[in-house]
Write a protein that binds this ligand. Structure first.
Ligand code: PMP
Length: 326
């Protein structure tokens, strides 16, 4: 019998997919972890469960308790599912700049959604800080705090990383991923380096994020440009990203990642979101740099349907001057 226990039992053990056209083009194995196939539709189901499970075990979250989080969407969606499955109330603070699809889905799932204007991390009205204050003021509530709660990274250290290693039978030269909270990159990097210090860890950073400069100069400062991607890039080094053994970084502009999303859709048959475009663009750059014969693993973080009104809306893309040719 192969039966998993409820929603949380279905998280993880996602397929590792060979990207055929890109692998043929480069002579490398370019492999992508299909994280949009998690039951809540994104890589963040792993972090959401890691955080809730940890709080339950520590006795911070009790039956009937409340989970509060500031999120760009996917963590909130994962948390809302898990809260339903385990009987918690879910309160989500989300910047109003995120796609309507994610906001509507959160409401459908029964989360209490607080839309807030975008504000930098240094501002007390930043969505993460609002979530932290709300949780502190409510009896029986925890703040998931995905950015600095390392239960997020631990979830990837104990699941995503070992899954990748086993799926490749240890034949892996590099792992490439963009980071939002740093949970995926931080956890997977540690798990892989522990098994082989030869595995190269590569950060894919969207334009305008500060992490590319952090890798090369040691302090986070904004790279040039801006990005339409959601859920990735950062102005600071979170606790989850801290001390991650990163070997190389690429700054990926939207003019590269958006066409890649369409390549994934029409050449590989994979309908995924913008951060996946950044990840695979960086994997392709690395494959070209390393040359044929290498195995490069990356992540397809969420599905394309969450971005129908933007990334897959030609009028919107044309306004941003990002409409791919052809
Ligand atoms: N892609 C998407 C679409 C996301 O929502 C996130 C998380 N915000 C990431 C990538 C990055 O994952 P992590 O938080 O583990 O760095």
């Amino acid at each position: 019998m192969d039966i998993c226990d409820g929603f949380v039992g279905a998280i993880g053990r996602t397929p590792l997919i060979r990207l055929s056209a890109l692998s043929a083009e480069t002579g490398c194995e370019i492999l992508a972890k299909a994280e949009w196939l998690n039951p809540g539709g994104s890589v963040k189901d792993r972090a959401a469960w890691g955080i809730i499970n940890n709080a339950e075990r520590a006795g911070q979250l009790r039956p009937g308790g409340i989970v509060v989080e500031g999120t760009a969407g996917n963590t909130g969606i994962g948390l809302a599912h898990i809260c339903n499955a385990r009987g918690y109330r879910c309160i989500i603070v989300i910047p109003e700049t995120q796609t309507q699809e994610k906001i509507d889905l959160l409401k459908t799932l029964g989360a209490e959604v607080h839309l807030v204007p975008p504000a930098p991390y240094s501002d007390p009205n930043n969505y993460q800080k609002i979530a932290g204050r709300m949780a502190a003021e409510m009896e029986g509530a925890i703040w998931a705090n995905q950015f600095d709660n390392t239960a997020n990274r631990d979830a990837h250290y104990s699941t995503t990383g070992p899954e990748i290693w086993e799926q490749c039978a240890g034949q892996i030269d590099a792992f490439v991923a963009a980071t939002g909270t740093g949970g995926t990159l931080g956890g997977v990097a540690r798990a892989l380096k522990e098994r082989s210090d030869k595995v190269r860890i590569v950060l894919a950073d969207p334009a305008g994020s500060s992490l590319y400069n952090y890798v090369y100069h040691g302090t986070p400062s904004s790279s040039s440009g801006s990005s339409i991607t959601e859920g990735i890039g950062s102005s600071r080094v979170t606790a989850n990203l801290q001390d991650t053994p990163i070997d190389t970084a690429y700054s990926i502009p939207d003019t590269e990642s958006v066409p890649m999303v369409y390549r994934l859709l029409y050449q590989e048959g994979l309908f995924v979101g913008s951060s996946s475009g950044v990840n695979v663009s960086a994997a392709l750059r690395l494959a070209k740099e390393l040359g044929p014969g290498h195995t490069i693993v990356t992540v397809l973080c969420d599905g394309g349907a969450r971005y129908s009104s933007r990334l897959f809306n030609s009028q919107w893309l044309a306004e941003k001057q990002l409409l791919p040719a052809g």
